[in-house]
Design a protein around this ligand. Structure first.
Ligand code: CA
Length: 223
């Protein structure tokens, strides 16, 4: 989390022998480097998304280059869900690859801002699986897209603005695998400090027997 850059990011690595962690760290450090080179105060709604996209592509190249140099890192990859604010904080943009997620709670409405790039999500879109079947499917973790696996990643994007009180959640599938949206919504609606909400979500995932590592960022827009 890099507040001073207006950048909030979750990256969930994959690959054996700790290579997944190499990929996720490299993705975040490259994103931070790239965005540190473009001053926050110059970032407008018109430029923010292009800046973020370019940084994600740089992160992808960095992972591919490392994997090519180091056989222990062959085949590594990572999800990336990154939220970037404009200089004045009025607008937000998202870039997303993989099965981490971003949500916005606005009033009572919880909206998932990203679509999982997974095999089961494709089956849901085709009407072959229900969302409930997808959640508990043995292949639920199979990604169709990740950084470090292709020279041309399919980067989903979203741009929008935040109303005062809107709550944003960025998280890895270690949270959304075991914890249902209704629990996310009820937790994010609580008028508690965001750090407490994040801790409560992690506890819910652990309580539900979540075996995976869990990354959670909770943000609340202020007036
Ligand atoms: Ca995971």
């Amino acid at each position: 989390m890099h507040r001073d850059l207006g950048l909030f990011v979750v990256a969930d690595g994959m690959g054996g022998h700790a290579a997944g962690e190499v990929a996720s760290r490299l993705a975040v450090s490259t994103l931070v480097e790239e965005l540190a080179a473009s001053p926050l105060e110059d970032r407008t709604p018109a430029t923010a998304l292009a800046t973020l996209r370019a940084a994600v592509l740089a992160a992808n190249r960095a992972i591919l280059e490392r994997a090519a140099r180091d056989p222990r890192c062959a085949g590594m990859g990572t999800t990336l869900t990154a939220l970037l604010t404009t200089g004045d904080g009025s607008s937000l943009c998202l870039a997303h690859v993989g099965d981490s997620r971003a949500y916005r709670l606005s009033g009572d409405a919880l909206e998932q801002l990203t679509t999982d790039q997974t095999w089961v999500q494709e089956q849901v879109a085709l009407g072959r699986l229900t969302p409930e079947e997808a959640r508990y499917h043995p292949a639920a973790a199979v990604l169709t897209m990740a950084l470090g696996t292709t020279t041309e990643p399919d980067i989903q994007t979203w741009t929008g603005s935040a109303r005062a009180g809107d709550v944003f959640l960025l998280c890895s599938d270690g949270l959304t695998g075991p914890v249902e949206d209704a629990v996310l919504q009820a937790t994010l609606a609580k008028p508690a400090p965001v750090e407490e909400l994040a801790a409560e979500l992690v506890a819910a995932a652990n309580g539900a027997g979540g075996p995976d590592n869990i990354s959670v960022i909770v943000l609340r827009a202020i007036a």
